[in-house]
Design a protein around this ligand. Structure first.
Ligand code: SF4
Length: 356
């Protein structure tokens, strides 16, 4: 008789041998209750590929202005209860210097889809590159194609644009005014421009099925994503999805683990949203395949207004102690804080992965 455990072992062996599972097989794995063997196997692969080093990223939420209306996000333009801000260049530089002083090698500049002038952003990227040793990741939503090239030429290393959901139907319901195809085109373009490419999805969206999540995994695998952020959906009270149930820790962990198996070398964060949903979420993610932790360096007076989902701003207020507590937590888990590989080396790996 084929049990859930023997089915899982057989499928994971095939994935580790380089086979890409079918949509139905992935959906069947996602439907298994508490698959400890999956988490454990993903943790072993993480250790083999990333050793015990956890990479840190410093986030600066440079603006919470957004022109989009995503049904799941507190930054949507219809949320009139939110105070909107744009950080000045000096404030951003100050935060970048704090990231560097904390011995973190990457700054992530994040915003809503605020149509900030590309030249202003290029000047900022050049200034960070000149005045620090930081790698620069951009997470600024969709922009005109020419902007991505300009950002690359100014010195950006990576672009993070979550595809959010591989289900075209869900995407079109949840992101009115946004194009499913143009988002995918942007991600393809990042690869072409040799920007390290980050994407990711939400888990537990209303109407989402295990097959939809299987499609997310297969899409990220086909893209050859270098960074993958997977977090649970958390309903925000000022959105149309206010009364929908959140995603679960278990399904998010299954997705993280399968991502590690399908893309063994990807950088996978233990997302903040998982930590909000479950106070032990970060630890669980780091033990199920994740190898990155994001820390918020947005100044206190802005942080609480970057209100994508409830609870995030509370986590952010704890930031002053976060680094010290994180070091202690990682030490207790037998993990260390790692350094990014030199520029160029990661891109070589990324190009190889994409050509497979
Ligand atoms: S998900 Fe992004 S694009 Fe959509 S409303 Fe939120 S910040 Fe804007």
């Amino acid at each position: 008789m084929i049990t859930g455990e023997s089915f899982l072992k057989e499928k994971l062996t095939h994935i580790m041998d380089g086979e890409t599972p079918s949509r139905e097989e992935l959906a069947a794995i996602l439907a298994l209750p508490s698959p400890e063997y999956l988490y454990h196997t993903a943790d072993l692969i993480r250790q083999e590929q990333c050793h015990d080093a956890v990479l840190l990223r410093g986030i600066i939420e440079i603006s919470n202005v957004c022109n989009q209306s995503c049904h799941y996000c507190g930054l949507r333009k219809e949320n009139k209860t939110l105070f909107r801000y744009r950080m000045t260049e000096e404030e951003i530089m100050d935060a970048a210097q704090k990231i560097q002083r904390a011995d973190i090698s990457t700054a992530v500049l994040q915003s809503g889809e605020d149509k900030t002038d590309a030249k202003r952003l290029c000047d900022l990227i050049r200034r960070i590159r000149t005045e620090s040793d930081l790698f620069i990741t951009l997470s600024l939503g969709e922009r005109p194609a020419g902007d991505y090239l300009a950002f690359r030429e100014a010195g950006a290393d990576r672009y993070l644009l979550k595809h959010e959901t591989a289900s075209k139907q869900l995407f079109e319901i949840l992101r009115p005014g946004s194009s499913y195809n143009s988002r995918r085109e942007a991600l393809r373009l990042f690869k072409e421009l040799e920007l390290e490419t980050g994407t990711g999805c939400m888990v537990g969206l209303p109407g989402q099925t295990p097959e939809d999540l299987a499609d997310d995994l297969l899409y990220m695998k086909a893209l050859g994503a270098d960074m993958i952020g997977i977090g649970p959906f958390i309903p925000h009270p000022e959105t149309p999805l206010a009364h929908c149930p959140p995603g679960t820790t278990e399904m998010t962990l299954k997705m993280i683990s399968l991502t590690r198996l399908l893309l063994p070398r990807a950088n996978i964060p233990a997302t903040t949203s998982l930590g909000v949903l479950d106070s032990t979420g970060r630890r669980k993610a780091l033990q199920s395949g994740a190898n990155v932790v994001m820390l918020d360096f947005t100044p206190e007076n802005y942080r609480r207004h970057y209100d994508i989902y409830p609870g995030k701003t509370y986590v952010a207020r704890e930031q002053d102690h976060t680094l010290r507590l994180l070091r202690q937590e990682l030490e207790a888990m037998g993990r260390t804080i790692g350094r990014d590989r030199p520029r160029g080396e990661i891109l070589k790996t990324s190009a190889k992965t994409a050509s497979k």
